[in-house]
Design a binder for this molecule. Structure first.
Ligand SMILES: O=C(O)CCC(=O)C(=O)O
Ligand SMILES: [Fe+2]
Length: 323
């Protein structure tokens, strides 16, 4: 499959929730909801410009992230979380030979980060906890706002908004090494995210690529102030496949390491994924059976599915037989 070097993903500027330009139900809100929906249906992603998160906070966050990755390997390995994709992955580990990453649950909570920082640094690291928790609180707000915009974009009403999936957020910090040859090299394999959605942010070094619906790879160059919102498998299932779970990967070249972080919206334990009845009709028959999120998550990361095409796992797990 080739490259489309001209294509850019949609860019949407989102005002702060409940600010003058962002009152639910107003024309302005509806028109932004429509743009979000179109981007999620056509591309499965968009660039979010969101001024509430300052460039200063981003700089502080990336400085904290670098300090974490600079720690000795033995220290980083002290952090253990048995859930797949929630723990620490060293370079040359399961995920890739160029990437290193760690997942942090409850990262908007200063105290929960405090116990993590005490595990990593002899005297803890309040500055790390402060910048990461402040960033995460804002990303949680932004993620919830986009979730509400998606529900409203389908005109589903208050009841659906109330019963929309409940999420917890997982923060992942990532470091990608510059490839030894300096040549264009895959650093994170193509995949779709096994959650509802993700908000990504990178520190100036590009590398993220997305695959369009017609199979072209597109390099994403978010501007320094932006985030990238991505639809994962669960939003695709919830929307009865109206939304597109975007396949993406990271490619590295040149001499500089790349740092990024992602806030994943993950359905809480016990969530049953089910399309609202308004999104199922004769023209849109139900694509997936109702399923338990945690069961799907464990299936996706099972040994048997390890080398299976990530974007097809949900279809293997929950697609309805075609009559
Ligand atoms: O580092 C990035 O930009 C992408 C990370 C990603 O796709 C993931 O962790 O699922
Ligand atoms: Fe991803």
């Amino acid at each position: 499959m080739g490259y489309d070097s001209q294509l850019r993903i949609p860019i949407i500027e989102l005002p702060l929730m409940n600010s003058e330009d962002m009152v639910r139900g107003t024309d302005k809100w509806q028109s932004l909801c429509k743009r979000v929906r179109e981007a999620c249906e056509n591309f499965g992603c968009f660039e979010v410009v969101y001024d509430k998160i300052s460039s200063h906070l981003k700089e502080e966050t990336f400085s904290s992230i670098r300090q974490f990755f600079d720690l000795p390997l033995e220290t980083k390995k002290k952090y253990v979380n048995p859930k797949p994709y929630h723990g620490y992955y060293e370079v040359l580990g399961l995920l890739s030979s160029l990437s290193e990453s760690i997942g942090l649950e409850h990262a908007s909570n200063f105290n929960s980060l405090k116990s993590f920082s005490q595990l990593m640094w002899p005297n803890g690291h309040d500055h790390f906890c402060q910048s990461i928790s402040t960033m995460m609180k804002q990303l949680e707000e932004l993620s919830e706002m986009i979730g509400l915009m998606i529900v409203d974009s389908y005109g589903l009403g208050e009841e659906a908004a109330e019963s929309f999936l409940k999420h917890y957020m997982l923060l992942r910090l990532m470091k990608y090494l510059a490839p030894p040859s300096g040549e264009y090299t895959n650093a994170l394999i193509p995949h779709t995210d096994k959650c509802s959605s993700a908000l990504l942010c990178e520190d100036q070094i590009a590398g993220l690529e997305i695959e369009t619906k017609d199979g072209q790879w597109v390099k994403v160059f978010p501007s320094p102030g932006s985030f990238v919102f991505m639809v994962g498998d669960i939003l695709m299932a919830w929307s009865n496949r109206r939304m597109h779970a975007v396949k993406h990967r990271v490619m590295m070249k040149g001499k500089k390491d790349r740092y990024s972080f992602a806030a994943f919206a993950i359905p809480v334990e016990g969530s049953i994924i089910k399309a609202p009845k308004e999104l199922v009709d004769e023209d849109h028959p139900q694509v997936f059976r109702d399923f338990d999120y945690t069961d799907f998550f464990n299936f996706s990361y099972s040994e048997e599915m390890r080398y299976f095409d990530s974007s097809k796992k949900l279809f293997v797990y929950a697609a309805q037989p075609i009559n």
